[in-house]
Design a protein around this ligand. Structure first.
Ligand code: NAD
Ligand code: TDX
Length: 332
């Protein structure tokens, strides 16, 4: 695949994927991104100009998407409204981007016979009890909890329907919680790191017993590339790296790694409908496609992420005040 259209390439995971493609393939990319509050062209500043074209636009713009899809060998579709808390205060953009946007991409790849990989989340499966030995697998029934996860579930089902009814050449992946560089400061890990840098106490929702299955974003990228190259058309792959941790432990890890007392954080009101636990069984990806994560030491990955935020305040500072003002409105 010589030329790949990456939607949402100025966002956290999309930008890391573009960097991964630059380092591990000869492909060139076209990035289509609307540059919402979450998009930042500075995340792509290091990409060699000759290997990337940046297009500022929306995935719901059918004419634009049709023209871009016609000129590429594959589409990797990251663009989404991605934050649960935002979906609770204003769900509408989630429907427009995640549902109508994905529909628009599907119609273009159908028309031009172009390969699609659709990026999704483990949140489509709902949540698990803390003591449940089961993990999510490709056969777990969909049971989303938030407006965000419901629209991602809807987008996945559209992809499945377009594969079955129209023979679209698509694969889907559902990944667990990512961490790493270029993540917006609204998200849990960067919010707490940047709070500590600013001398503000981290904020833990509720009791903090909620478990997330953390994966370094570069491992997400290597898995997506593997699926793009070797995945079976029509198949869904779950991506995860056995990184289950509760939020309280993660906040304490961040504080200790940043030289602060382990208990110097505040409990704030819980997120309504807060999913308790996510956990991924990535057996299919590991056995059928031979994928393995590179980041198996969470503390080391977290330390590298802290170092990145310390070194890149100019990247995140412009987002910080606006983000905290949004949280202050809902008491979190
Ligand atoms: P993000 O919010 O950091 O980035 C989203 C990007 O999409 C931004 O650059 C934004 O400008 C762009 N965008 C938004 N609406 C658009 C539109 N209508 N048209 C074009 N571009 C638009 O999100 P992220 O965390 O990088 O997530 C990327 C994808 O990965 C999403 O599909 C998300 O559901 C999925 N995912 C995320 C995680 C996670 O932990 N963050 C885990 C699993 C799956
Ligand atoms: O300040 C906080 N304090 C806190 O305790 C924030 C922002 C979050 N939390 C909790 C809520 C969650 O249990 O931390 C956990 C992680 O929160 P988020 O970073 O908002 O992620 P989550 O809701 O788990 O969803 C993420 O993973 C799956 C991504 O945002 C989604 O895009 C992805 O699909």
């Amino acid at each position: 695949m010589n030329k790949i259209l990456v939607t949402g390439g100025a966002g956290f995971i999309g930008a890391n994927f573009v960097h991964h493609l630059m380092a591990h393939t000869d492909a060139s990319v076209v990035v289509l991104d609307k540059l919402t509050y979450a998009g930042n062209e500075a995340s792509l500043a290091d990409v060699p100009a000759g290997r990337m074209e940046f297009v500022h636009g929306a995935i719901e713009d059918a004419e634009l998407v049709d023209r871009l899809v016609a000129g590429v060998d594959a589409v990797v579709h990251f663009a989404a409204e991605s934050h649960n808390d935002n979906s609770l205060s204003n769900p509408r953009p989630f429907l427009d981007t995640n549902i109508v946007g994905t529909y628009t991409i599907l119609e273009a790849v159908r028309k031009h016979g172009v390969r699609l990989h659709h990026i999704s989340t483990d949140e489509v499966y709902g949540d698990l009890e803390l003591d449940d030995p089961a993990k999510f697998s490709e056969t777990t029934p969909y049971n989303p909890s938030s407006p965000y996860s419901a629209t991602k579930a809807g987008s996945d089902l559209l992809v499945r329907a377009w594969v079955r009814s129209f023979g679209v050449q698509a694969t889907i992946s559902n990944c667990s919680n990512n961490y790493g560089p270029y993540q917006h400061v609204e998200k849990f890990i960067p919010r707490q790191i940047t709070n500590v840098i600013r001398g503000v106490r981290p904020k833990l929702y509720g009791t903090g017993e909620n478990v997330r299955d953390w994966i370094h974003t570069d491992d997400h990228s290597s898995a997506v590339l593997r699926i793009l190259e070797r995945g079976e058309i029509g198949q869904t792959y779950l991506i995860g790296a056995n990184g289950e941790r509760n939020n309280k432990d993660v906040i304490e890890d961040i504080l200790v790694l940043m030289g602060q007392p382990r208990d110097s954080y505040d409990h704030v009101s819980d997120r309504p409908g807060h999913d308790l636990r996510y956990a991924i069984d990535a057996t299919r990806l590991r056995t059928e496609l031979g994928w393995e994560p590179a980041y198996t030491d969470f503390e080391a990955g977290l330390k590298a992420t802290i170092d990145w935020y310390v070194a890149n305040e100019a990247w995140w500072a412009p987002q910080k005040d606006e983000t905290e003002a949004k949280y202050a409105k809902v008491g979190r």
